[in-house]
Design a protein around this ligand. Structure first.
Ligand SMILES: Cc1ncc(COP(=O)(O)O)c(C=O)c1O
Length: 419
């Protein structure tokens, strides 16, 4: 479903004209399509033909509670990586037995809270973490359900900063040492082995890395079972890729569903899938206003009111995001622009050398595909406010995150009386 379309030369999200929203909500703001979120979830859900599976939405991609709740109402559980994400998931009513806790550095406080809330399982990433969880569980008179995250040493993902499944990455336990690690886990009094887990990276548009990872997980599961370990849950992680660039070939989602069945269907496990980006990336635009046009000998700059603190993916990953004018571009005068924000960094840009119909000061632009790893990575750098997020459902919208104004941010500083 494409929720962003031009009608009579104006950009709409679902049934709402962006200009009309911008009259009520201060720019810049994140603007999500409720029906796109639901469609993506349903598309993935329908592609999976396994008998026993659970989609656990990777909350890190977008932790707004309205987004989590949208998926939860469709049946999703949650993959969380902090006590904060866990609290958000519980707050919107996700049942603890649909929650998995991932991440390389769980603190004691996080372990205690998750144990007390009876989550489905901990995805454990190192031997030290395994021992710590065992100790903590004994203190709380219980055994914690655990899967070990196996690092399968598979290269995947478009950018080295989002590759997580190679031997040199910080994630998981080397697959070659899986057997000994499970033997140790089985001997620890506070641990109950329930599963196995891997997550090889993000924005993966080919089936091949998934196929390799599923094969490796299947083999390891069979050999662990032979040794008597009970592996009833197999968590394949997330990483499902989407289309950012018009030329991108997105992941064949039906093919992904088939692969799950072909490679893992015979194992009689509950299969957990942890998608983030696939569900949220293309659900949103960032609406921003042109403050100034600055023409120099070498460049035409569009200086907008959004900045890298609001949306850092271009700066951080050199990520490509389409940018369009909310008023359909004038085709007669096409110019090359750099679209930049007001933050005092050369890295504060959204696009360089983009060809667009001429833009005037005051024009609204939409930065596309910002729903995943967008608002969650925002900061208050340069003492800029946290901006609104809104959710559109057909011809209505609601604010789903309030702006945090600069006065509130400034108030958090404390000044000792000896300065
Ligand atoms: C353990 C784990 N699961 C799931 C995800 C979600 O990945 P994606 O948004 O690419 O689906 C991540 C992302 O980093 C992750 O680390």
């Amino acid at each position: 479903m494409n929720s962003f379309n031009y009608k009579n030369g104006e950009l709409y999200i679902e049934g709402l004209n962006i200009h009309s929203i911008a009259k009520e909500v201060r720019t810049p703001f994140y603007c999500y399509s409720f029906n796109h979120l639901k469609d993506q979830y349903n598309k993935l859900d329908q592609s999976i033909t396994l008998g026993n599976y659970q989609i656990c939405y990777a909350v890190k991609s977008n932790s707004n509670q309205s987004i989590i709740k949208t998926f939860s109402k469709l049946g999703s559980g949650a993959d969380v990586v902090s006590i904060g994400e866990l609290k958000r998931a519980l707050e919107v009513g996700i049942s603890p037995n649909k929650i998995v806790f991932s991440g390389v550095g769980k603190s004691l406080e996080e372990m205690q809270f998750a144990i007390n809330n009876n989550i489905l399982m901990f995805n454990i990433e190192s031997i030290s973490e395994l021992r710590r969880l065992s100790d903590e569980s004994i203190k709380l008179n219980t055994k914690s359900p655990v899967s070990l995250r196996i690092n399968p040493d598979i290269s995947a993902g478009g950018n080295e900063k989002i590759s997580t499944g190679k031997a040199e990455d910080k994630f998981g336990i080397d697959w070659r040492g899986a057997s000994e690690s499970y033997d140790l886990a089985g001997s620890l009094p506070g641990i109950k082995i329930v599963g196995i887990d891997a997550h090889i990276g993000s924005q993966i548009n080919d089936l091949e890395p998934f196929e390799k990872s599923f094969d490796r997980l299947s083999k390891i599961t069979k050999s662990l079972r032979k040794k008597g370990h009970e592996i009833n849950i197999l968590d394949v992680g997330g990483g499902l890729g989407v289309k950012y660039h018009p030329d991108d070939r997105p992941l064949d989602i039906e093919g992904y569903g088939k692969l799950l069945s072909e490679k893992l269907g015979d194992l009689d496990c509950k299969i957990i899938i942890e998608p983030g980006r696939f569900l949220t990336a293309n659900s949103a635009i960032l609406v921003t206003k042109t403050l100034y046009i600055k023409n120099t000998d070498s460049n035409n700059f569009i200086i907008v009111d959004a900045a890298m603190n609001d949306f850092i993916r271009p700066t951080l990953y050199n990520a490509y995001h389409q940018v369009v004018s909310v008023k359909e571009g004038k085709k007669d005068t096409v110019l090359k622009y750099d679209i930049v924000g007001p933050v005092c960094e050369s890295g504060d840009f959204f696009r360089k050398n983009i060809k667009m119909g001429s833009i005037e000061e005051g024009d609204l632009l939409a930065i596309k595909s910002v729903g995943a790893y967008g608002s969650v990575l925002s900061s208050n750098y340069n003492t800029r406010p946290s901006i609104n997020e809104i959710l559109v459902n057909n011809d209505q919208f609601e604010i789903i995150r309030d702006r945090v104004e600069v006065e509130e941010i400034i108030k958090r500083d404390k000044i000792p009386n000896w300065i």
